[in-house]
Design a binder for this molecule. Structure first.
Ligand SMILES: Nc1nc2c(ncn2[C@@H]2O[C@H](COP(=O)(O)OP(=O)(O)OP(=O)(O)O)[C@@H](O)[C@H]2O)c(=O)[nH]1
Ligand SMILES: [Zn+2]
Length: 201
């Protein structure tokens, strides 16, 4: 395995250890009083390990891997992609949180823009890690700022956390909104314009 290297303060650039994950799931089943050798559970540790590999695939990716196609277009107005589906995993309880992300930016005057799908891929890179919503939001904003060097960025994320719905406080339907605003989008008028586009149905 590669030596651990910090990745935005999270995880490490290594490889997913499927055997270890499988053993841990088997152990967890034993801990809850289940029989991992019974018919229905026999394949479960392996299945869960493969599912985790997919759910945490973002630990083995960098934003540069997905923000690849950049065009020079000379477009100097805001580009906004709304309602990008978010599936992530709360790092406190390892249960899902899901919702949408809205990602907008004002390209650099040199016109460096990226493919629209790349913004959704960027959301996935950070969502597919053990996360908290605030960090997910700022990581998207900051990676866009450093890679595209735009004049401004706005990221708004709205999610429902299963750790608040299915357990603990049990408030299904409660939504958490987080935002990160950088550069010219901090200007109140520009920010208000972006927010009205985001909130419009
Ligand atoms: N700020 C923030 N908090 C989160 C996020 N996801 C989960 N949490 C919160 O993390 C907190 C963890 O609190 P703890 O008191 O350590 O854990 P707990 O006893 O399981 O807390 P309860 O959920 O209140 O039962 C809870 O209040 C969760 O609602 C997130 O993305 N951002
Ligand atoms: Zn949680």
């Amino acid at each position: 395995m590669t030596d651990p290297v910090t990745l935005d303060g999270q995880g490490s650039i290594g490889e997913f250890d499927e055997k270890r994950a499988e053993a841990a799931v088997r152990e967890l089943l034993l801990a809850v009083g289940e029989d991992p050798d019974r018919e229905g559970l026999r394949e479960t540790p392996g299945r869960v390990a493969r599912a985790y590999k997919e759910i945490f695939a973002g630990l083995y990716q960098q934003p540069e891997d997905v923000l690849t196609t950049t065009f020079d277009l000379g477009h100097d107005e805001m580009v906004l992609v709304k309602d990008i589906e978010v599936f992530s995993t709360c790092e406190h309880h390892l249960v899902p949180f899901r919702g949408v992300a809205h990602v907008g930016y004002i390209p650099a005057s040199t016109g460096k823009i990226t493919g629209l799908s790349k913004l959704a891929r960027l959301v996935d890179v950070y969502a597919r890690r053990p996360q908290v919503q605030e960090r997910l939001t700022t990581q998207i904003a900051e990676s866009l700022m450093s890679i595209l060097e735009p004049r401004g960025v706005i990221v708004v994320v709205e999610c429902e956390h299963m750790c608040m719905s299915m357990r603990g406080i049990r408030k299904p339907g409660a939504k958490t909104l987080t935002s990160a605003v950088r550069g010219q989008l901090r200007d109140p008028a520009t920010r208000a314009e972006a927010m009205s586009l985001i909130m419009a149905s």
